[in-house]
Design a protein around this ligand. Structure first.
Ligand code: NAG
Length: 71
């Protein structure tokens, strides 16, 4: 049933999780139509260090993040 509902709504362009076997996984979410992978650059905290005892200071690093979208 869930497959039918998703099929009607269409899953094109939906962000899916490549490693998940659940409903958000690419296999189920894309209904077997496959998916493509895009690299997105996101900023994440990195090189965190303790200042004195109690403060933490981090740099912002750009990392490439893979995102998978249904075809
Ligand atoms: C994708 O699914 C895996 C396994 O369920 C999970 O550990 C991971 O956090 C999920 N990734 C995203 C981006 O939701």
């Amino acid at each position: 049933m869930a497959f039918i509902i998703l099929g009607v709504l269409g899953t094109e362009g939906r962000l899916c999780n490549k490693t998940s076997w659940g409903m958000d996984g690419c296999r189920l979410l894309c209904c077997g139509r496959g998916y493509h992978t895009m690299l997105r650059t996101v900023q994440k905290k990195c090189n965190c260090r303790f200042i004195w005892c109690c403060k933490v200071e981090c740099d912002l690093c750009e990392v490439q993040q893979e995102e998978h979208y249904c075809n």
